[in-house]
Write a protein that binds this ligand. Structure first.
Ligand code: DX5
Ligand code: ZN
Length: 242
């Protein structure tokens, strides 16, 4: 008799999945003249990630910033740098983003011909890999890659600009993504980005998201107070409810 036995893939039951709720303030909404100071403020208030939007003027109409800014702000915080690439052919720059201080790199499914090899490149560079989809892309399109991903980003606005309104149809898409992950036995982080406020964050958390990007709603007004309000809401939500 063979010494090898095969076991069915172990599925994770819903109640076993514990996904930490993480706040990722998007510095796109920060005051760039005092960027370091504002990042320090976000860090000290308890934001675990710093969300860094890189835009190339091609994949999205705007141009934001790139490696020199990231390596400069790397000096002011040890927090996780959650780099969101809104650029075409992200494969060209993965190593450089890793070298300038990215901890996680998220790219767009719509921006490359070879999603698998971009994920591999990100992992080879020592970073966590995230894949993002725009509001019109079917959630089903991520299925072939989900098992390899550390994070899935469901855009809740059209990428390109901060300060837009949350697209209500996103709630259903978040739920769809969470169910897909659960059915595959995965506890993938699901991130949402765009139009999130302390008024609608409960809705996206309940739908299954656990990594929350927030730009305007963190950097407008008191950064410390805004972050504390988000963290309060996170802790009010029951553990493992995702
Ligand atoms: C949009 C960016 C977002 C943006 C979010 O393309 O990916 O990260 O900064 O900003 P708010 O939270 O203001 O919608
Ligand atoms: Zn973003």
């Amino acid at each position: 008799m063979s010494v090898f036995r095969t076991y069915p893939m172990r599925r994770i039951r819903k109640e076993e999945i514990f996904l930490k709720k993480i706040l990722s303030p998007s510095i796109l909404a920060a005051d760039f003249s005092i960027l370091g100071k504002q990042i320090t403020e976000a860090d000290e208030a308890g934001a675990e990630y710093i969300h860094i939007d890189v835009m190339d003027g091609v994949f999205v109409p705007s141009i934001s910033f790139g490696m020199p800014v990231i390596s400069t702000i790397r000096k002011v915080t040890d927090r996780f740098f959650d780099v969101h690439l809104m650029i075409v052919e992200p494969e060209r720059y993965i190593e450089e983003f890793a070298k300038c201080g990215a901890d996680g790199i998220t790219f767009h499914l719509e921006a490359t011909e070879d999603v698998d090899s971009v994920i591999d490149k990100i992992h080879c560079a020592g970073c966590r890999a995230g894949l993002s989809i725009k509001p019109e892309t079917p959630v089903e399109a991520v299925r072939p890659y989900l098992a390899k991903l550390d994070m899935l980003l469901i855009m809740t606005v059209e990428p390109g600009f901060g300060g837009q309104k949350y697209i209500p149809a996103s709630t259903k898409r978040i739920g769809e993504a969470r169910r897909m992950a659960e059915e595959m036995g995965l506890s993938t982080n699901i991130q949402v980005d765009g139009g999130i406020t302390t008024d609608n964050v409960s809705v996206v958390l309940d739908a299954g998201a656990n990594v929350i990007v927030a730009g305007s709603s963190v950097f407008r007004g008191s950064i410390g107070e805004n972050i504390r309000r988000y963290l309060e809401i996170f802790s009010e939500k029951s553990v493992g409810k995702n």
